[in-house]
Design a binder for this molecule. Structure first.
Ligand code: S3P
Length: 426
C-alpha cells in the first residue's frame, strides 16, 4: 500500500492530542492480565501492536471488553491458561519479549510467531537471561521467532545487562514476579521505566537505584499486581513527527496536549531545543531555521525511537548533524540506519552511514519535484518520510504505509489536518 502526498507549503499548525502511548499500553494490558480482578484502561493505544497484546491476554484466559474504556477481567498470574493456538505478535518486538517473560509462568506450552520483520529481530538477549532463571525456551536457530516456552518454576537471579533495553529489563522483571526468591537486574543506563511505573501503580514491592550510571531494580518473587485503573498518557514517539514538522517550518506552531513527559522519553525534545526549536512545555514551533547538532551515545536510549524523525530535522537544518552509539537502530522494525540513509538520499540530502549511526549535511532542497520513499514496511520510516515530504514540497510517494497503523492508526488524518497535505492512499 502506498500514500501519495501533495505538500501544501503552509507549515504545521493546530492542536495535537497524541494517541495513547504504545509502550505504556502494552504494559497496561500485560499487568491487567497478571492481576486478579477487573482492570479499567482509558485512552489505550489503538495501534495494531497493542491489539496483538490484547489477543495475547485473551488467549491466556483474560476476558477483554473493548470500548472508550477497555475492561480486562483476569484470574491473575496464578491462573494463566495454556493458549489454545500459536500467539501471533504481529510486528511487535515489545510483545514478543515481554510476552515471553509472562509465558514463563503459563503452565504448558506457549508458542510465539510474528511477521517477517519481527522474525528477523534478535531474541537471544531475552532468551538467555530467562534461561538463567530456569525458563525452558526453544527458538528458531536458537535466537529468533518462532519460539516456544514451556512454563516452569523460575528462580530469581542477579542479571547484569550489557545492552540498554527496556524490553529485556521488562521481560526479566515480569518473569521475576512469578519466580521464587529475589530478581535483581542492572542495566547500563536507565531505560524507559514503564514496567517500574506499573509496579508502583499496582502495589508490587520493589527497589531501584543507581550504581554509578548503571540502574538497578530489585524485586521479591511470588507477587501478583493489583488491577490497573489508568488513563494512558499520549505517546511522545507519535507526537515527535509533528513536533519535528513544526520545528522545521519557521512560523509554525503545533500545540501538544496530554503527552507522557518522563525524561527517558524526552531526549528528542532536548535535541530539537538545542537545534533552535521553541518549546514552551506544550507547544512546538520555530522562528528560524534549525542548526545542526551531534547526538551523543549517552543520549541514545532516551530517543532511540525518535531518531528517524530527528533525521528529518537534521536534513532540514543548517550545517552538519550526526548520531553515534546507535547500533541498536539496525535491529528495529527495519535496519533504521540503512533505511534513513536511503530515505534522505531520495530527497537529495547528503548523508554518510557508519556502523552505529549516520551524519547528515543539512540543506533540504525545497524544489517541488516528486520522489518515492521505500518505508521497508517500517512505520517510523514511513511517517518520517511523510514529514520530510511536507517540508520538501511537491509530491512524495511513500511505499509500504500499511505499517503505519502498527503504532499510529490516525497518522495520515493528523497529517492532513496539521500540514494541509492532500493524502491519497492506494
Ligand atoms: C520499548 C523499548 C525500546 C523501544 C521500543 C519499545 C519498550 O526497545 O525501541 O519501541 O516498550 O520497552 P529496546 O528495549 O529494544 O531498546
Amino acid at each position: 500500500m502506498r500514500a501519495r502526498l501533495l505538500a501544501s507549503g503552509r507549515g504545521f499548525e493546530g492542536a495535537l492530542a497524541p494517541p495513547g502511548d504504545k509502550s505504556i499500553s502494552h504494559r497496561a494490558v500485560l499487568f491487567a492480565l497478571a492481576a486478579r480482578g477487573r482492570s479499567r484502561i482509558r485512552n489505550l493505544s489503538t495501534a495494531e501492536d497493542v491489539a496483538a497484546s490484547l489477543r495475547f491476554a485473551a488467549s491466556l484466559g483474560a476476558s477483554v471488553e473493548l470500548g472508550e474504556e477497555v475492561v480486562i477481567d483476569s484470574r491473575g498470574l496464578g491462573a494463566l491458561a495454556e493458549p489454545g493456538s500459536v500467539i501471533d505478535v504481529g510486528n511487535s518486538g515489545t510483545l514478543a519479549r515481554l510476552g515471553l517473560g509472562v509465558a514463563t509462568m503459563v503452565p504448558g506450552l506457549s508458542i510465539f510467531s510474528g511477521d517477517a520483520s519481527v522474525s528477523r529481530r534478535p531474541m537471544a538477549r531475552v532468551i538467555e537471561p530467562l534461561r538463567r532463571m530456569g525458563a525452558l525456551i526453544e527458538a528458531r536457530g536458537g535466537v529468533r521467532l518462532p519460539m516456544a516456552v514451556r512454563g516452569s518454576r523460575l528462580s530469581g537471579q542477579e542479571l547484569s545487562l550489557v545492552i540498554a533495553s527496556a524490553q529485556v529489563k521488562s521481560a526479566i522483571l515480569l518473569a521475576g514476579l512469578g519466580a521464587s526468591g529475589e530478581t535483581r537486574v542492572t542495566e547500563p543506563v536507565l531505560t524507559r521505566p514503564h514496567t517500574e511505573e506499573f509496579f508502583a501503580l499496582t502495589g508490587i514491592e520493589f527497589e531501584e537505584g543507581y550504581e554509578g550510571k548503571r540502574h538497578f531494580v530489585v524485586l521479591a518473587g511470588q507477587q501478583e499486581p493489583n488491577p490497573v485503573d489508568l488513563e494512558v498518557p499520549g505517546d511522545p514517539s507519535a507526537a515527535a513527527f509533528f513536533i519535528v514538522g513544526a520545528a522545521c517550518s519557521p512560523g509554525s506552531k503545533v500545540a501538544v496536549s496530554g503527552m507522557y513527559r518522563g525524561e527517558t522519553r524526552g531526549g528528542f525534545l532536548a535535541v530539537l531545543e538545542r537545534m533552535g526549536m521553541s518549546w514552551d512545555g506544550s507547544g512546538a514551533g520555530a522562528t528560524r531555521a534549525l542548526s545542526g547538532t551531534d547526538v551523543e551515545p549517552a543520549e541514545v536510549p532516551s530517543l532511540i525511537d525518535e531518531l528517524p524523525a530527528l533525521a528529518v530535522a537534521f536534513a532540514a537544518a543548517e550545517g552538519r548533524s550526526s548520531v553515534s552509539g546507535a547500533a541498536e537502530l539496525r535491529v528495529k522494525e527495519s535496519d533504521r540506519i540503512s533505511a534513513v540513509v536511503e530515505m534522505l538520499g531520495r530527497f537529495g540530502v547528503a548523508v554518510e552511514e557508519s556502523p552505529d549511526g549516520f551524519a547528515v549535511d543539512g540543506g533540504l532542497e525545497s524544489v517541488p519535484r516528486s520522489r518515492v520513499v521505500d518505508s521497508r514496511l517500517d512505520h517510523r520510516i514511513a511517517m518520517s518520510g511523510a514529514i520530510l515530504g511536507c517540508l520538501a514540497g511537491g509530491e512524495t510517494v511513500i511505499e509500504g504505509v500499511e505499517s503505519v497503523p502498527t503504532s499510529y492508526p490516525g497518522f495520515f488524518d493528523d497529517l492532513a489536518r496539521l500540514a494541509g497535505v492532500s493524502v491519497e492512499l492506494s
